[in-house]
Design a binder for this molecule. Structure first.
Ligand code: AHM
Ligand code: MG
Length: 339
């Protein structure tokens, strides 16, 4: 069957996100439009969150959740606001029956049992950078539900391995705001034009460079890293690789996608599964990087193969240029503990 996936019509640089989504949908004769609408809902919520972030310094929404402003109204932290915005948009859209969010302990039942999809989302990632005007992001994964439509969301709907994702993406709130997503047919990047209120296609068919010389890791944890990680970092330094670490996963990943490189968040003795969350941080970026020709592993296996065992589980994370991820994974697997 010819889906004419390479059709340039309506998919050239400068195309609006809305038109791009519609054009892509037309290439799939049996598509119902629900996934397209879901992506539009996320983009809309992203615009609203972007506005809140840009005003953060002015309207004093940063700071501790639960404190009160001068009118005695409760103030909300930006990550809480972002969570509310995304959940509201997904609930109103009706395509999603359940959501798992970094901000909520349990699965959120949207009250839309006919929704065909579930979403895993980190509404505002990079918490240490929120209050200091450094780039932050939103990360999302979309899965087709396993339970029958017309019923309430179940845990198995969100506990699927990453290879089952039907779409994934991120928003980067940086020097410009971008939305980057994949539905399994390449990775496409859109840049937000605030005066028009539109995302425009700026980076079609993104591919990660197959060579990289940037490594990105929190070296403050060095003493807790295992020997193969320490050795890999020595290798990077001996080869005069550049060290870059923003501390916002989306921003660090975005740079790797453009320039090539590796991002590492290893496990340590005190954090045996690392820090990052499988369901709403690692899986989405792993899907994107593979679509862009890169790799993501936990040191032992593809991130996308991991069968989740709990909603908020963590995993070690190595992502970026294939050769670099292979190098660090090989070192981890071949390392023999001294007896
Ligand atoms: P968060 O979900 O609390 O924001 O934590 C995730 C963030 C990532 O964006 C970033 O890559 C990492 O934590 C930074 O961790 P650290 O401060 O330990 O280097
Ligand atoms: Mg996070």
């Amino acid at each position: 069957m010819d889906y004419n996936l390479a059709s340039p019509v309506g998919t050239t640089v400068g195309t609006t996100l809305d038109r791009f989504i519609s054009k892509k949908q037309e290439q799939f004769p049996y598509a119902t439009g629900e996934l397209s609408q879901l992506l539009r809902d996320i983009a809309l919520a992203g615009k609203i969150v972007n506005r809140e972030i840009n005003r953060a310094g002015l309207i004093d929404v940063t700071g501790a959740y639960g404190s009160q402003n001068i009118q005695g109204e409760e103030q909300q932290k930006l990550d809480v606001i972002a969570n509310i915005r995304f959940i509201r948009a997904l609930r109103n859209g009706g395509e999603v029956c359940g959501i798992i969010s970094e901000e909520d302990d349990d699965i959120i039942d949207t009250g839309k049992p006919n929704g065909r999809y579930v979403v895993a989302i980190d509404p505002l990632d990079g918490s240490s950078n929120i209050d200091v005007n450094v780039s932050i992001g939103t990360i999302f994964s979309v899965y087709r539900r396993l339970s029958p439509r017309g019923t309430h969301v179940e845990e198995r709907d969100v506990m699927q391995p990453g290879k089952q994702q039907v779409a994934a993406g991120y928003l980067l709130y940086g020097s410009s705001t971008m939305l980057v997503y994949t539905t399994g047919y390449g990775v496409h990047g859109f840049t937000y034009e605030p005066s028009l209120g539109e995302f425009f296609l700026s980076h079609p068919d993104m591919l990660i460079p197959d060579k990289g010389s940037i490594f990105s890791v929190n070296e403050g944890n060095y003493e807790d890293f295992s020997e193969p990680i320490k050795e890999y970092l020595s290798f990077c330094k001996k080869n005069r690789y550049s060290a870059r670490y923003i501390g916002s996963l989306v921003a660090d990943f975005h740079r790797s996608l453009f320039k090539g490189g590796i991002y590492l968040y290893p496990d340590t003795a005190t954090a045996p599964k690392g820090k990052l969350r499988l369901l709403y941080e690692c899986n989405a970026l792993a899907f994107i990087v593979e679509q862009a020709g890169g790799k993501a592993t936990d040191g032992k296996q593809r991130i996308l193969e991991i069968e989740p065992s709990s909603l908020h589980e963590r995993c070690p994370f190595y992502i970026g240029t294939s050769a670099m991820v292979d190098d660090v994974s090989t070192r981890i697997q071949q390392y023999k503990q001294p007896s």
